[in-house]
Design a protein around this ligand. Structure first.
Ligand SMILES: *Cc1c(COP(=O)(O)O)cnc(C)c1O
Length: 464
């Protein structure tokens, strides 16, 4: 055995102690670290020929790289939709690496069974019926892709063919109808050979990001002789609007279509009694995408996909070979997901759900929603800013009152980033450039709102 490797096998406790201390120190400073910063361009160093050993590697990482990383797990990183990691989720993630399981089949070990338990807990958390089979995937983009792959197979079934066996050409053109579609659905359509141009944007309700169901019905009526996929959106990224899922699902009585719901972070509204009705009808979907590395606050990479037609899912994703196991009975995950070998990524979610339960996770969501509301109220009092949309859940979407140009908004975002108190990301909402503040981290507290408002005032001063 290579000497350094052998040495570190024999001193593994020192390696892990060192990293534990390092991580603890980092997490203690996390609330006060600048949430984001501009990274310096760096010339890649040559590969080490002999290796430097773990202690020196940690030192080099600490000096060269860590100071330039984002504090994206911290309380005032409000860019994109970025969750943190609860203590139990972080611990579960460490164990995932220590145990290094590959829960793809049932020939050995209980990894698959733990994943199934975590999936059952998630069904319970989101109030989804037992008919929904699921699996863990790496993020909502892949979850959307799996949902659309099953949808595509369903379109084939309507025409008596299998796209998985015969290829997309055998199916011919299909279309996806959707309102305020997330960009990842376009990516999924591209990966699946459906094509980005197959997505037909349906009109939205006035001043909303929710689809106009009457317009959707018209579009369906115009395609009554072809199988169609509808992607409903439950939680849009700018104004967190929700399609009327019950009304959309009811259209299936007249038109055949597959209903996929992108509820990447919006699904978590179901945890709050006063917001749960936004997701009424979620249980009527054919497939559902829910991200976990966002609002469940587990580390990257983690999302879940659910669908009612596991038989179609197996047709697409089966990896039939005697040595990996055949897709019979209750199919193993190797036959259900894009990967074959896969990370034991159910474990962090399992730990967090068990450690904090429904109440703990509902509390994270409730506090984030209250904080978004508080920021929204504060910004409404600032004459130099205007809200672009009502704050419906956890995202505050706002802009400058004076000249909200692309350039001024991007400058504002950079001024805020370099000021070091809060990280927000730009957007365009109904044609106007603006800024999003998205709350989805368990660490954020009321005192952070004061710091964010003060940072905004400083940045506005500088922007002029
Ligand atoms: C974040 C998000 C996605 C994509 O999620 P990833 O985890 O980044 O792949 C898809 N849909 C919606 C609505 C999202 O918010």
């Amino acid at each position: 055995m290579y000497d350094r490797l052998q040495q570190e096998r024999d001193t593994i406790s020192q390696v892990l102690e060192a990293v534990m201390q390092h991580a603890t120190g980092y997490l203690q400073q996390l609330p006060d670290r600048p949430p984001a910063q501009r990274a310096e361009a760096s010339v890649p160093q040559p590969l080490s020929s002999e290796g430097v050993g773990f202690a020196t590697a940690l030192q080099q990482f600490s000096e060269r790289w860590q100071p330039q990383l984002s504090a994206s797990a911290g309380p005032r990183y409000l860019g994109f939709i970025t969750g943190g990691a609860t203590p139990a989720a972080l611990a579960g993630d460490w164990l995932t690496s220590a145990l290094d399981q590959n829960p793809m089949n049932s020939l050995d070990g209980a990894g698959q069974l733990l994943e199934r338990e975590a999936l059952a807990w998630l069904r319970d958390l989101f109030d989804l019926p037992a008919e929904f089979a699921g699996s863990f995937v790496s993020g909502a983009t892949v979850s959307n892709m799996v949902g659309l792959a099953i949808a595509r197979e369903w379109c084939g079934e309507q025409r008596g063919i299998s796209v998985a066996d015969d290829g997309h050409a055998a199916l011919g053109k299909i279309e996806i109808l959707s309102g305020a579609t997330h960009s990842s659905v376009y990516k999924a359509a591209a990966m699946l050979g459906i094509g980005r141009k197959a997505i037909q944007s349906i009109a939205l309700l006035p001043d909303r990001e929710a689809v106009d169901v009457a317009a959707l019905e018209q579009a369906l009526a115009a395609r009554a002789d072809q199988p169609v996929i509808v992607v409903a959106n439950a939680g849009t990224v700018n104004s967190v609007d929700f399609d009327d899922l019950t009304a959309i699902a009811a259209l299936r009585a007249r038109y055949p279509f597959w209903l996929h719901v992108d509820a990447a972070f919006g699904a978590f509204a179901r945890l709050l009694p006063q917001h749960a009705d936004k997701l009424k009808g979620l249980e009527l979907a054919d497939s559902v995408c829910i991200d976990l590395h966002k609002w469940l606050n587990v580390p990257y990479d983690s999302a879940v996909q659910f669908s009612r037609r596991q038989d179609l899912q197996v047709r697409v994703f089966q990896n039939a070979s005697v040595y990996l196991g055949m897709p019979t009975g209750d199919p193993d995950f190797v036959h259900l997901t894009p990967e074959n070998s896969r990370r034991f990524r159910a474990l962090p979610a399992w730990f967090s759900l068990l450690a904090y339960g429904r109440a703990g996770h509902a509390d994270i969501v409730a506090r984030n929603v209250a904080l978004a509301d508080a920021l929204s109220t504060r910004l409404a009092q600032e004459p130099r800013l205007q809200l672009l949309a009502p704050t419906r859940l956890n995202v505050v979407c706002f802009s400058l009152t004076d000249r909200p140009t692309a350039e001024r908004i991007q400058t504002l975002v950079r001024l805020l980033r370099d000021d070091g108190e809060v990280f927000l990301t730009p957007t365009v909402y109904q044609g106007t450039w603006g800024v999003r503040a998205a709350f989805s981290n368990w660490r954020t507290e009321a005192a952070d709102i004061d710091r964010i408002v003060a940072a905004l005032a400083r940045a506005l001063e500088r922007l002029g």
